[in-house]
Structure formats: structure tokens, C-alpha cells
Design a protein around this ligand. Structure first.
Ligand SMILES: [Zn+2]
Length: 374
């Protein structure tokens, strides 16, 4: 990998909210951009402004009728009852908000552009991407489009065949599985909390033999994730020998996230990012879930440091602390008395511990399967 890692961002994420009561009312990508710049980690030469994908480009995976309804929903600020029922738009989880077409189309445009830029190899980070629940003709789970699926297809257009998609978000990637479960040349590997929405991704869902699901028990921590990294993620990816790898690095599996009951620290995510860098000539890292503004901003900025090989300082300089001190988390108890280290550090204290029986047993099942896997 010769070219330095590149970061794809956009100002469209700044100030954009799904509404005052929605988990996606908090800033996320703008925090990562501000923190990275305050730390001197985002020189102009490594920053790319995300283009907005055009409907014709989105139609590589999405239904043109749905795209037209989504565009009109943004213009008119509403959908009909029939459209709500048909396309999942204008619901509590997928509301109509002012940038309801432009924002997801920008995230998708970034992921499609990234795949093209990775033709000759390299690393690209698009933290606005990772919308892994989107369906071809339907909004789903806070996602309106599915940029990982569009990136897989963009890699295919370069002539690449074997694409790996690894997803460490707290939720199962049902949209990506919908798209590529039947394609033996797309590896789909997901870790996610068991018995949590969307309730797909059971350990025995195998697709065309290309899907690997490891449901994690409640309170799974860094020790569990290290065992999953070394016992499943790395060996499966190594055996698959992908020509390109997409990592969805959702930030909702950490202890302080309000939407999951997992108990990792951000060290768990960074160690997966670092380990995967060495296993593929082309790496596209995406965001995903993450609903605590401090934990998602700190985790995803640390992902960028990891991709760039930058040592994360034990204590943040004042300019970076100011970015974190300016965040608010209205309507959540975690916003009332945030601990000081959410302002002064990126790295959480590690949350290690012995591997749980459930994780050990499930890794055993999948190791048996791996032995007979082509
Ligand atoms: Zn999630």
C-alpha cells in the first residue's frame, strides 16, 4: 500500500439531525473531522470531500421508484401513507428530516468514490458510511441507502471478484446479507449482540457458505473480542484472500452506548482495524452505529489514527478537548455528568476479562466449520 490513507468527509453531517428525540440527533462525523484537525491529523492532501451520489449511480442496488420517493420526501418534507407503508419512510426510526436524501446520498457517494480510488490499492476511511441496514426499496434501521452494498458493486466494476465485508457494529448487517448472502465471492462476517434488533445473523445462517455470524452475549468485553479477532475474523479473512476488504466499524458496541448492552472499550475496535490493515491490498473503513456523541467521536478519531499509524496521546491537547467539551447529549442521562476522561482522552481504559463460555463455545462451532471451508 503506497498511497497514504485518505479520509472522506462532508459538511453535510454537521448540524444534521434525524429530529430531537431520535438517537441520530447527535453529531458524529463532524466531531471526528474537528478532533482530527485539532490534533493535526487531517492535512488537506489526505482529505477528500464526499460527492453526492446521483440516482443513476444509486440505482446499481436501489429501486429507482424508491429513490424518486426519497428525493421527493426531502423536497416536500412528507410522504403519503402508502409510501410510508411501502418504503419504510416517515417512521419513528426512519423519519423525514431536512437532508433525508442528500445526507445518505453523500455517504453513498463517498463509499462509491472510495472503491474507485482504491483501484491500485490503499486505505480509505469514510466514517459517514456504514449504513448496513438499508434495503433495495426500503429504509430500515436508521438507514435509507446501503453504501456498503454500493461499494461492493463498485469494487466489482473495477474487475475485482473476491470482496470481504467485516462488520463489528452491535447490530447485524441485515441489509448487506440481503444483498450478498447468495454470492460465494462476497465474504460477510458479522459480530453483533444476540437477541437484539434486527434479530437476524444467527450462527447457523450461512448463505452460500460465505456468511459467518458470531452473536455476542450481553456484556461481551475486550477479552471476548480479542478471542473473536484471533479465532474467527483474522483466520477467515486470511483464508478468503480478499482483493478488497470493507470494514464496518460501528461504534455502538462500547459500554457507554445507549443502544446496546455490550461492554467493549474502543481499544477492541482499534485492534481489529490494525489487524485487518495487513490482510488486504485495498481497505475501505466505514462508520455505522454509535449513539453517544463522546464515545463515537473518540472511537472513530482513534480509527483514523490507527489507519495512519499515529500514536494516540495519553492526554489530548486543549484544542481537541474543546471539541469534546462543546458536545451535548440532551435527553440522555449520560449527558448530565459526563466523566472527565471523555473530554481529555481518546483511549478508554481497557475492559479485559476472561473469555465467556458462550463466546468460547461459538468460536468452537465456527472453527469446526472453518476446517472444512474452501
Ligand atoms: Zn448498530
Amino acid at each position: 500500500m503506497t498511497a497514504p490513507p485518505r479520509f472522506i468527509g462532508s459538511e453535510i453531517y454537521r448540524g444534521s439531525s434525524y429530529g430531537p428525540l431520535h438517537p441520530l440527533r447527535v453529531p458524529r462525523v463532524s466531531t471526528v473531522m474537528d478532533l482530527s484537525r485539532a490534533l493535526g491529523w487531517l492535512p488537506r492532501a489526505q482529505y477528500l470531500t464526499s460527492p453526492r451520489a446521483k440516482p443513476a449511480s444509486l440505482a446499481a442496488w436501489h429501486d429507482p421508484t424508491y429513490l424518486a420517493v426519497l428525493q421527493r420526501a426531502e423536497r416536500e418534507g412528507r410522504v403519503t401513507d402508502a409510501e410510508r407503508a411501502r418504503h419504510g419512510l416517515g417512521t419513528a426510526s426512519n423519519p423525514i428530516y431536512p437532508e433525508v436524501y442528500r445526507r445518505p446520498a453523500t455517504a453513498a457517494g463517498g463509499s462509491i468514490m472510495a472503491a474507485g480510488l482504491l483501484k491500485d490499492g490503499g486505505v480509505i476511511y469514510n466514517p459517514g458510511g456504514g449504513t448496513h441496514h438499508g434495503l433495495p426499496d426500503r429504509a430500515n434501521g436508521f438507514c435509507y441507502l446501503n453504501d456498503p452494498c454500493l461499494a461492493i458493486l463498485a469494487f466489482r466494476r473495477l474487475g475485482l471478484r473476491r470482496i470481504a465485508y467485516v462488520d463489528i457494529d452491535a447490530h447485524h448487517c441485515d441489509g448487506v446479507a440481503h444483498g450478498f448472502a447468495d454470492d460465494p465471492d462476497v465474504l460477510i462476517l458479522s459480530t453483533h449482540e444476540e437477541r437484539r434488533w434486527p434479530f437476524t445473523g444467527a450462527i447457523d445462517e450461512r448463505g452460500a457458505g460465505n456468511m459467518w455470524n458470531l452473536p455476542l452475549p450481553r456484556a461481551a468485553h475486550d477479552g471476548d473480542m480479542a478471542a473473536v479477532r484471533d479465532g474467527l475474523i483474522l483466520p477467515v479473512v486470511q483464508r478468503f484472500r480478499p482483493e478488497a476488504l470493507i470494514l464496518q466499524c460501528g461504534a455502538d458496541a462500547v459500554s457507554e452506548d445507549p443502544l446496546s448492552r455490550l461492554a467493549m472499550s474502543n481499544n477492541a475496535h482499534w485492534s481489529v482495524v490494525a489487524a485487518l490493515c495487513a490482510l488486504t491490498p485495498r481497505l475501505l473503513v466505514l462508520g455505522g452505529g454509535g449513539y453517544n456523541p463522546w464515545s463515537v467521536g473518540r472511537l472513530w478519531t482513534g480509527v483514523w489514527a490507527t489507519l495512519r499509524g499515529i500514536d494516540i496521546p495519553a492526554r489530548l491537547p486543549v484544542a481537541a478537548q474543546s471539541v469534546l467539551r462543546a458536545l451535548e447529549f440532551n435527553g440522555n442521562r449520560l449527558g448530565r455528568n459526563p466523566p472527565e476522561h471523555w473530554f481529555t482522552t481518546l483511549r478508554d481504559p481497557p475492559r479485559d476479562g476472561p473469555v465467556s463460555d458462550a463466546v468460547r463455545d461459538r468460536l468452537g462451532v465456527l472453527s469446526d466449520r472453518m476446517r472444512v471451508w474452501a
